[in-house]
Each structure stands twice: as C-alpha cells, then as structure tokens.
Design a binder for this molecule. Sequence first.
Ligand code: ADP
Length: 464
Amino acid sequence: MRVSIRRQLITLFMPFVFGLWIATAVVSFWLVSSFAGDSFDRDLISSADSIVGRLRVQNGKVTLDLPPAALAILKHNESDKFYYNVISLDGKRLIGDIDLPSPHAPLQADAPRVKTAKLGEKEIRIAKIRVGLKYDDGEDVIVQVAETTNVRKRFQEKMLLSIALPQLLVILLGLLAVWYGITKILTPLRLLQSQIASRSQSDLSAVHESDVAEEIYPLVQEINKLLARLREELKAHQRFIANAAHQLRTPLAGLKTYSSIGCDMTETKDLQHIVKELDTGIDRASRMVSQLLALARTDASEQGVNAKTQVDLNFIVSDVTAELVEQAVLKDLELVYEQSQEPAFIYGEQTGLRHMVTNLVENALMYTPHGGKVKVQVKNNGGVVLRVSDTGGGIPEEERVKIFERFYRVDGTAGSGSGLGLSIVKEVANFHSAKIAVEELPTGPGTLFIVEFPKNNNSKNTVN
Ligand code: ADP
C-alpha cells in the first residue's frame, strides 16, 4: 500500500494528543477533587464543632443538647447518611447510637483530623475533634462526625466530565485543523499533478516554478531538469531523422533521374520491366523520405521550435491545389477548389498546415480512380473548416481510426505510399487543437475528411 502523508501525520499525532488529553484530565481532576474535598471536609469539621458547642457535663456525666432541628442543620444533604458520637479517650461510646471507627493515633486537643474509613460496606468520611471536658470517668472526650460519600462521588464524576469533555472537543477540533492544514499544504502538489496530467505526451515544456512551495521546489526543479534533458534528447533525435532524410534525398533524386531515362532507353522488355519496378521503388523511397522529413518537422513544431503566425488557410489551400493540378490532369481527375467567402484566419504553423493540406489532397488524388472528382473546400462560419472529398473507393469504417497510426496502410492499398501521411495530418491537427473526422461521401462512394479548427484559433491573443 502507498504511504499517505496525511495518514502518517494523523497516526503520529493521535497517540501523543490522546496521551496528553488523559494526562491533563487526570491532573486537573486530581487538583479540583482535592480542592472540593477540602471544602467538604471543612463542612464536616464545622458540624463536629457545632456538636462540641452543645456538649455539657451534668452530674459528672457528659450530655449533648441536640434537638432534631439542630441535627437537621448539621446534615449537609439528603443523599448522604449522617452519623455522630462522642467517645472517651479509651474508645467507650458516651453519646450517640452508633460505633464509628476510633482514631488509631492519639489526637491533639483542638486539632481536628479528617479521614476516609469504612462503616460496614459503606465508605465514609469521618472528622474527629478532641475536646477538653472534665467528667466522672475522665478529662477529655472525642467528638466524631461522619457522612457517606455519595455527594462527593457524584461531584467528582461531574467534575471529571466537565474537564474531560471540553478538552476532548478541543482535541477533535485540533485534529480537524491538522487535517485541513495538511489538505492545504498538499494543494500545490495537486496543482502540480493536474498541471502535468493536462499535458499532451509531446509537451515537454518546463513546469511553472513561481507558485511552488519551498519544500516542493527542489522536486519541481528536478522534474524541469529532466524535462530539459528529454527535450534535448528529442531534438537530437529529430535532427538525426531530418539529417538522414535530407542526406537520402539527393542520391534518391539522382537514382530517379537515371531510372526515368532507363525506362525510355531500354529495348529488352524484361529489362524495361525491371527498370520500371526500380522507378516505382525509388518513388516510394522518395515519398517516404519527404514524409519522414515532414514528420520530424511536425514533432519539432510540437516542441515549440517552429513559431505560429496568423495565416489565411485559403492561401495555403489555393497554393497546394495549384501545385497538384498537374498530378490531377495526368490522372484525368477533376480537382475543384472552393475558398471561403470570409478570410479563414488561423493562428498556426504555416509549413505544418501546408503538409496537412498536401497529404489530404495527394491521398484523395492517389486513391481516386481515373475520371473521378476531388473537391477541396475552406469554410469559415465563425470557425475555420477544411473539407477534402473524393469519389474514390472509400475507407472501410473499421479502418478509419487506424489510418492515422504511423506506417499504417489499409490492406491491399496500391501506390507508393509510406503510411505516414495521415499521421502527419493528425499531429498537425493536434498541434492546432483541431478535430479531424473521416466520413463516407454522402452523395455516393468516396471519402470526406473534415478538419475543424477551434473557434478561438484565429487570433494570437486567444491562443496559448
Ligand atoms: P499513404 O502514404 O499510404 O497514403 P497515409 O497515412 O496517407 O499513408 O494513409 C494511410 C492509408 O489510408 C492509406 O494507405 C490508404 O489505405 C488510406 N487512405 C488515405 N486516404 C484515403 C482516401 N482519400 N481514400 C481512400 N483511402 C485512403
């Protein structure tokens, strides 16, 4: 399982925070309980004092003048049981009808002592005062006052809740704040992630470094260094293809000249056939080389090497069709060009667009039999659209996605194709954020290619 920073922080914090909570709750509870206990004990001692004040010696006997009304005042609450007695120093009960636990250590006169003891099953708190009183059997007596601890315990429970609950609430709010804080802290990482995710595979430009947090900055720097190395690598690769293609062009052109001459000169029929094959092969190699060059150029455009300018697609299309008229005439094809009424401005890369139009029209001419028709249209109804249609054999529906792959040719396709033409078209379309569609000609057998440029692609200010 992947490590989560958020989960790790929370699991690190939780035991610490909860430990702290329990420790502070225990300390606070102990402090408050001991303060409250002192107050309860003072009440008990004052009850014992009241009893001391009502002790008399009559005829040598110790008596207590404690009417029921006075006894009611001595009791502090209805929930606890209240007990009292007066005993001699040797523990003999003189007054009261219950025996309470006698003091273990001798008491000092007028120095009250309070302690916890057991009376049967019940826990009691007992206060004892030694009083100097002369009577027949001795000189001093001990007054003992006790009460059960129900109210004290209930008070302690309430105290515990009133201390621990708010603290728990504070801790939970603290954890929530930590959670929110982590989410906030991780936002730059998410932004970085969406920045990288939204790129096309060919976009190797540097990631924005300006808004990046200090801790993530080294990571972004390393990503950018890697991207720069990849850019260099790719450029070198493209340069190599372009150079190789360029180098191949010259010897191929020479060979083409000789094979053309050879076709006319040979008298032997077999030799003529061989030279014809050679001529076709050279045509095919030449086409492949120029398509490779075009592809290297298109890749370079994607890396931002070739600049975009504002171009009217009408000019490019009229130029290309003019160049290809001869090819159409040789094949007895009707080549029609319809330009848009409004200028069809695109903020684009001229050479790439030219390759796109050339490849589409050349394909239409190549795959349309003699006597057919090829129509090239530029439309501008808010957005610029290029339509290239032909009355050829058409492209089977299941092949229409595959034909844009590099080096893909439909099985059984004749001619000196390289399988690269439409992949160049697709890359140029992607570079201009244009949508490309292949349809069957509505009016009969044939193919219709539609390239739709985005509506906001006609101005420099609205692109990039
Ligand atoms: P090629 O160099 O073979 O023309 P492309 O990438 O330009 O390579 O085209 C790929 C394949 O798509 C071609 O081999 C051909 O089978 C098919 N194709 C392209 N354009 C047309 C068209 N206008 N009519 C019929 N088939 C076409």
